[in-house]
Design a protein around this ligand. Structure first.
Ligand SMILES: Cc1ncc(COP(=O)(O)O)c(C=O)c1O
Length: 360
């Protein structure tokens, strides 16, 4: 069957070359005579796979030596708890910015372990912008300052990082990792679930500055302590071996594409094609303020619910699938992660033009 252009927010489209490589290696990896899924995580062969994945990620993201890279489980949502459990350890308080549902869930979870100060929120306008930050509201004694770099549901992103001084900045990069260059040294901790830009669901990558390790709250379950995973090279227990292997193949693919800067350029071009059309259309409308528009998730609406439903259904017939927006925004959302080729975005815009002409 012909492959479709899959605009899903996650799990989402993966590079075809990577899928094909994984398929080739699926039954027998190299000269091992077994699938990666069948390998002991403590074998020499698997050690090479995880070490290469980490080395490639370090190269791609320019991760300094004083940061650990952890391959964990439990998705982004487990990080909502791990972060306060491990980092809210001096003054038992943290600053958060509320930019959408995922930030809100992180706030709710952190509130169970300490005092959360919501520095700013964009909830008043359905999270359609990134709120301006007033430094006088930052707590200089906060144990950390938490942001969601790209807001998957609402299609916003930070284009400038807050200056938090000595307070470690913590970032959720689940829907934008490897899509644009980021200065790791500005962060104490960065994390991302894999199922958008990195590979299949199952592995969550945490990049943490070493000085933040080792002070988890007493009652933190062993499996939720960063230092346990750091000391054991992400092998305290059986890691999600296949997801890590697959993410490693994606890292190799990103390197072949010219690295993160080259992908960022491509992502900016792809997003521009879609936003330029939205700005010129009389029927379709983007829902996000221009300056905060995401490069990865592009929400848009038509004037009526009937037209939204008609568009989604007809788009599907044209091989453009998973365009339904999140229920809190309505309308449509096109997720155009690294693996979405430019041709996919062009095909979507061509179809939008045709739909506009037919439904004016
Ligand atoms: C920005 C962001 N953070 C966190 C999550 C939660 O991730 P998970 O479903 O892996 O727990 C998501 C999921 O889509 C997300 O988009």
């Amino acid at each position: 069957m012909k492959r479709v252009y899959n605009f899903s927010a996650g799990p989402s489209m993966l590079p075809l070359e990577v899928l094909e490589k994984a398929q080739k290696e699926f039954v027998s990896y190299g000269d091992t005579g077994m699938s990666v899924m069948e390998m002991s995580h403590r074998s020499k062969d698997y050690e090479k796979i995880i070490n290469k994945a980490e080395a490639d990620l370090r190269e791609l993201m320019e991760i300094p030596d004083n940061y650990k890279v952890l391959f964990l489980q439990g998705g982004g949502s487990t990080q909502f708890a791990m972060i306060p459990l491990n980092l809210m350890n001096k003054n038992n308080k943290a600053d958060y910015v509320n930019t959408g549902q995922w930030a809100k869930k992180a706030i709710e979870e952190a509130s169970r372990y300490g005092k959360v100060n919501v520095v700013a929120s964009s909830e008043d306008k359905t999270f359609s912008y990134i709120p301006k930050l007033d430094k006088s509201k930052f707590d200089p004694e906060a144990d950390y300052f938490y942001i969601t770099l790209n807001n998957t549901i609402y299609g916003t992103r930070y284009t400038e990082l807050p200056d938090t001084g000595n307070v470690p900045l913590v970032g959720d990069m689940s829907s934008s990792i490897l899509s644009e260059k980021i200065d790791i040294t500005k962060f104490g901790l960065l994390y991302a679930g894999a199922q958008k830009n990195l590979g299949p669901a199952g592995v969550t990558i945490v990049i943490i500055r070493e000085d933040l390790l080792g002070n988890a709250m007493d009652f933190t379950p062993t499996m939720l302590k960063y230092d346990i995973h750091a000391k054991n090279g992400s092998m305290y227990n059986t890691p999600p071996t296949y997801s890590i292997y697959f993410a490693g193949l994606v890292f190799e693919w990103v390197k072949e594409q010219g690295g993160v800067a080259a992908l960022q350029k491509k992502n900016e071009e792809k997003a521009k094609i879609l936003y330029d059309f939205l700005d010129s259309s009389e029927l379709f409308k983007g829902t996000v303020v221009k300056e905060d528009r995401s490069l990865m998730n592009v929400p848009f609406v038509l004037p009526t619910e009937e037209l939204n439903a008609k568009f989604i259904s007809e788009a599907k017939e044209h091989g453009l699938v998973n365009l339904k927006g999140h229920r809190t925004v309505g309308g449509m959302r096109a997720s155009i992660y690294n693996a979405m080729p430019c041709e996919g975005v062009v095909a979507l815009v061509e179809f939008m033009k045709k739909f506009e002409a037919e439904n004016k």
